[in-house]
Design a protein around this ligand. Sequence first.
Ligand SMILES: [Zn+2]
Length: 115
Amino acid sequence: MGNIQTKDFYCDFVLNNKLQVEKIKETKNILAFYHTKPNWTIHIVIIPKKHVTRFIELEDMGLIKEIFQVAQDIIKEKGLAESNYKIITNGGSFQDSQHLHFHLVSGEVLHFSGE
Ligand SMILES: [Zn+2]
């Protein structure tokens, strides 16, 4: 995350409103917003509000259902199925911020840095 020194950008900056993000959708448990440093024409991040460090540690699979429901709503509302989209979550050394998050991306790559 650039020069911001944190291992959990979402808890440390987004969820506590230290950094204002452009929110797209918010439910009781889930927040979706535009990536602050997009790598794609449309680059959305979807996170659980409750801290979960890694996907493999997730116990409440209901959160996955809620995340994908939010993703589906956004895809429909933005008409992304007519162009393209993909949903990614990173693990192991691919994972930068240590808070479970999904990337919903569409359009073209602006510059690639592993989502
Ligand atoms: Zn967190």
